[in-house]
Design a binder for this molecule. Structure first.
Ligand SMILES: Cc1cc2nc3c(=O)[nH]c(=O)nc-3n(C[C@H](O)[C@H](O)[C@H](O)COP(=O)(O)O)c2cc1C
Length: 183
């Protein structure tokens, strides 16, 4: 296999595609939405996720002050809106109104859920120790809402450089090799 030296950005495009999620936030009567691609699972029970939020984003202040957010999973039918949301700032526009999305009240957090999204996870900030150094917020998922069908919705991954990947085939082909206790 012939391999070339890969700069960080092309490595990211090839290897680290990330699920495009929409993150909703609210503080002092103002709501907002941003795309979130840089995130990781940190623990299953409690359910912890680590999310990078750039300090320049309007969402940064809303999330840091309110200490909560909602992670929403959009499906491919929302792809154009997802990109537009990522290309605009809540400093300039009301993204719920501009993109015709429905703000649904949360159960455990004040940040609204996006009604059109397949799944919504209400999150509370449980560790702020890495924000100053890495802009990394550690959230606990305190409530989840997931549509009953389809079981495998067509979701969107960001591959970098403006390229997106849409989920397609699902397979049980490897299930016999799979050890549930390892994952
Ligand atoms: C596909 C994609 C993924 C992104 N992922 C993140 C992310 O994980 N963290 C982040 O801080 N910004 C991310 N961004 C950039 C923000 O979504 C973008 O700056 C957004 O418009 C900020 O909105 P706001 O100013 O209203 O908070 C991403 C952008 C795109 C297009």
């Amino acid at each position: 296999m012939d391999k070339r030296n890969a700069a960080f950005l092309s490595a990211r495009c090839a290897a680290f595609s990330s699920l495009a999620r929409l993150r909703g936030s609210a503080w002092q009567g103002q709501t907002n939405i941003m795309i979130m691609g840089w995130h990781m699972i940190l623990e299953f029970a409690p359910s912890l996720v680590g999310c990078y939020v750039w300090t320049e984003n309007h969402s940064f202040g809303l999330i840091r002050c309110s200490r909560e957010c909602v992670v929403n999973i959009p499906t491919v039918d929302l792809a154009a809106k997802v990109v537009d949301i990522g290309n605009s700032s809540g400093r300039d526009i009301d993204k719920f109104a501009t993109y015709g999305l429905t703000a649904v009240p949360g159960v455990k957090v004040k940040a609204p859920l996006i009604g059109e999204c397949f799944a919504n996870f209400e999150c509370k900030l449980v560790d702020s120790g890495l924000i100053r150094k890495y802009s990394l917020f550690v959230f606990e998922v305190v409530k989840g809402h997931v549509a009953r069908s389809p079981i495998y919705p067509r979701i969107i991954h960001y591959r970098g450089d403006g390229v997106f990947m849409i989920s397609g085939e699902n397979t049980h082909r490897y299930r016999r090799r799979f050890k549930p206790e390892m994952l």
